[in-house]
Ligand binder design. Structure first.
Ligand code: TRP
Length: 460
C-alpha cells in the first residue's frame, strides 16, 4: 500500500479489485444496447474493426492519461489537476467532470430505473407476451407514470448510495468483485440458449458480417464516440479511480485488459440478443425499444413454457442491472470524492448530499416522458439534453484537454516515470508509443469528433 493511502486515504486493496472496479465502470448499459445495435446498423464486423482501432487510438489513451493523473496525485478529479498545475486553469477539466458526472447520472439512473422496475415484472410473468404492441404498452405505462419513474429512480439511487457509503474498498471494490463474475456467468448462460436457436446463424451474420459499403465518415465518428462512452473516459471517473490504484499497478496493462474485457462483454451481449431476435422474426431495433419492448416479446417466444421464459427474462434484466450498477458507482464516486476531500465531509454526508442532488436534477430526466414532456431546451427534453450535452460536448472536450495536459503540459520525463512505475517496469516501447499517440493522434481525432458533434463540420 502506498504512503498516501496509509496516511488515511482509502484505496483499492488488491490488483484484482482495481481491475474489477475499473472494468465495472466500463461495462454498463452501453454494452447491452448501444454496442450491439450500432454494430448491426453500421456494417457489422467492419464497424467492430473501426471501433477497436478507435479504442486503441482514442479511448485507451484518455483512460491511461486519467489513471496516471489520479495515481500520482492521489486526489479527486478537481484537486488532482489543481495540484499538478497550481494557479493554472487545468482544474476546470475536473470541474467540468464533476458537472458531467451529475448530468450523466441524471439520465443514466432513469434508464437503470426502468431496468430495476422490469426485474419484479419479469419474475411475476407481467411481461409475458409475444406481441410487441402489448410490451410497448407496458413500457409506455411505466415511463409515462411520474410516480413510477421517480420512485424507481430513488430505488436505484439508494442502492448505489448504500454501496458508496460502505467505502472504496469495502463498497465499490467488494461489490464489483462479486458482481462481475455473476455478469459473465449470466452472459454465458444466455449465449448458450441463443446460439442453439434456429436463427443463430442469421443473428450472428447481422452482427459479424463485414459490410464495408455501410462505412462512412459518420461511422468512424460514431465509433470514436462510442469508445469514449464505453471506457468511461473524458470526465474524471478514471482520474478518481486512478487515485485509488496501488503504486505497483501496471497502468498501461490494466488499460488494455479493461478494454479487451469490455469488448468481450459487448460481443457476448450482441450474441445473446440478435440470434433470439432473428429466430422469432422481430426487428433488430436500436436503443431502449430493443431492451424494453423487443426483448420481453423475444423471451416470451422461447420454447419450454413460462418458467423458462421468465427465467431468461429475469436473467437478462439482472444482467443489465448489474452492468448499470458498476457504471453508476464510478459516476457517483466523482462528486463524493471531491466533497470528502475538499470540504472535509464524512463519506456518509457526501454520499447522501450527492444522492439528494441527483434526485433533484435526475427528476427532470425521470419526468421527461410525463409531466415535463413539453419542457424542452433546443428542441430536446431534459433527458435527451443531458445525454446529448455529455456525449457530444463535455466528454470529448474533457478528453481532449486531458490528452493535451498529459502530452504537452507534462512532458516525456514525468510520463515515463509514471508509466514505468519509477523504472520498475520494462515497457519503454509502450511509453514511447503512448507519448506519440497522446500528443499527436488522439487530440486531432478528438477535435474532429467535437466539431462534427457540434455540427460545425459535416463529415459524411
Ligand atoms: N461506460 C459506461 C457504459 O458503457 C457508462 C459510464 C460510466 C460512463 N461512467 C462513465 C460514460 C463516465 C462516460 C463517462 O454504460
Amino acid at each position: 500500500m502506498s504512503e498516501e493511502v496509509r496516511k488515511g486515504r482509502e484505496g483499492f486493496a488488491t490488483g484484482l479489485g482495481v481491475l474489477a472496479a475499473t472494468l465495472g465502470s466500463a461495462v454498463g448499459l452501453g454494452n447491452i444496447w448501444k454496442f450491439p445495435s450500432l454494430t448491426g446498423t453500421n456494417g457489422g464486423a467492419a464497424f467492430i474493426f473501426i471501433y477497436i482501432i478507435s479504442t486503441l487510438l482514442v479511448g485507451l489513451e484518455v483512460m491511461i492519461s486519467e489513471h496516471i493523473i489520479g495515481r500520482t496525485t492521489r486526489k479527486n478529479a478537481i484537486d488532482s489537476l489543481r495540484s499538478l498545475a497550481p494557479r493554472q486553469v487545468w482544474w476546470l477539466i475536473g470541474a467540468a467532470g464533476v458537472l458531467s458526472a451529475f448530468l450523466i447520472m441524471a439520465f443514466y439512473t432513469e434508464v437503470a430505473a426502468w431496468v430495476f422496475a422490469y426485474i419484479p415484472r419479469a419474475i411475476s410473468s407481467a411481461l409475458n407476451t409475444t406481441d410487441p404492441a402489448v410490451s410497448e404498452k407496458a413500457f409506455a405505462d411505466l415511463i409515462n407514470s411520474p410516480w413510477q419513474s421517480l420512485i424507481w429512480q430513488w430505488v436505484v439511487l439508494i442502492w448505489v448510495a448504500a454501496i458508496i457509503i460502505a467505502g472504496v474498498s469495502k463498497g465499490i471494490e467488494a461489490m464489483t468483485k462479486r458482481l462481475l463474475p455473476i455478469l459473465f456467468g449470466i452472459l454465458v448462460i444466455i449465449n448458450i440458449r441463443s446460439l442453439t436457436l434456429p436463427g443463430a446463424a442469421e443473428g450472428l451474420s447481422f452482427l459479424f458480417k463485414p459490410n464495408w459499403s455501410a462505412v462512412t465518415w459518420m461511422t468512424v465518428l460514431t465509433a470514436v464516440g462510442l469508445s469514449f462512452f464505453k471506457l468511461s473516459v473524458g470526465m474524471g471517473t478514471m482520474i478518481t479511480y486512478g487515485s485509488y490504484f496501488r503504486d505497483d499497478e501496471n497502468i498501461p496493462a490494466t488499460g488494455v485488459r479493461v478494454m479487451l474485457s469490455d469488448l468481450l462483454v459487448s460481443l457476448l451481449a450482441g450474441m445473446a440478443i440478435f440470434p433470439t431476435v432473428f429466430t422469432y422474426g422481430f426487428a433488430p431495433d436500436a436503443g431502449p425499444s430493443l431492451l424494453f419492448i423487443t426483448m420481453p416479446a423475444v423471451f416470451s417466444s422461447l420454447p419450454g413454457g413460462p418458467f423458462v421464459q421468465n427465467l431468461f427474462m429475469v436473467l437478462f434484466f439482472l444482467l443489465a442491472g448489474i452492468a448499470a450498477t458498476g457504471a453508476m458507482l464510478s459516476l457517483f464516486e466523482v462528486p463524493v470524492a471531491y466533497l470528502v476531500e475538499r470540504l472535509g465531509w464524512s463519506r456518509r454526508k457526501a454520499t447522501i448530499s450527492t444522492a439528494l442532488g441527483l434526485a433533484l436534477v435526475g427528476s427532470t430526466a425521470a419526468l421527461s416522458n410525463s409531466l415535463m414532456a413539453n419542457f424542452k431546451i433546443a428542441g430536446k427534453t431534459m433527458f435527451d439534453l443531458f445525454d446529448f450535452a455529455t456525449s457530444n460536448v463535455l466528454l470529448p472536450v474533457g478528453g481532449l484537454f486531458i490528452c493535451l495536459f498529459v502530452g504537452w503540459r507534462w512532458g516525456y520525463a514525468a510520463l515515463e516515470k509514471n508509466l514505468t512505475n519509477n523504472g520498475t517496469l520494462n515497457n519503454r516501447a509502450v511509453v514511447r508509443a503512448f507519448y506519440f499517440l497522446v500528443k499527436w493522434v488522439t487530440p486531432v481525432l478528438l477535435v474532429v469528433v467535437l466539431l462534427n458533434g457540434l455540427g460545425i463540420i459535416k463529415l459524411g
